[in-house]
Design a protein around this ligand. Structure first.
Ligand SMILES: [Zn+2]
Length: 167
């Protein structure tokens, strides 16, 4: 049985709540960008890819400058994770809230960035990386470091590239 949303439910919109909690304005563009990245938590986007994805999925006209500023703001407050891939392009994804170490593989040949959870499951216990990350973060915190985030990247040549399979 679907219950119509009450005013309380609408006010508790998680995206609005995140924006408010980080002192960001709840503009339609901010909602759109954060909402999209939270809905695709395992995908990292370049500026251009994000703009393409947003433009094709929405009526909202989002100019490049607005998008770039918005991404910078969201990254500064820690809502987005930014990393630079092998071709030195910045890629953004929603900041994972529970996992400190997301293992991922950056291919130096095709520049794809893929999560390694499946590939590592035979070699590592599911939470080995997370536990190691938490230990390291706790040690740094004890020394006075703050607001830390950890990123576990392996760089090399992916299976497809090394076997000559073209995607
Ligand atoms: Zn590759």
């Amino acid at each position: 049985m679907a219950v119509p949303p009450s005013l309380g439910d609408l006010q508790a919109d998680p995206i609005d709540a995140l924006l408010t909690a980080h002192s960001l304005r709840r503009t339609s563009a901010a909602r759109l960008v954060l909402g999209w990245l939270l809905a695709h938590p395992d995908t990292s986007y370049t500026h251009a890819q994000l703009q393409t994805a947003l433009v094709s999925s929405t009526e909202l006209a989002l100019d490049r400058v607005t998008l770039y500023r918005l991404i910078d703001r969201l990254t500064q407050v820690g809502l987005l994770l930014c990393r630079v891939d092998a071709s030195r392009v910045r890629r953004y994804q929603a900041m994972p809230t529970s996992v400190h170490a997301i293992a991922h593989f950056e291919c130096q040949s095709c520049h794809r960035d893929s999560p390694l959870n499946g590939a590592l499951s035979g070699a590592l216990q599911a939470n080995d990386l997370e536990r190691a990350a938490q230990t390291a973060l706790a040690a740094l915190k004890a020394l006075g470091y703050q607001d830390m985030r950890m990123d576990f990247a392996v760089r090399g040549v992916c299976v497809d590239c090394s076997t000559g399979v073209t995607a």
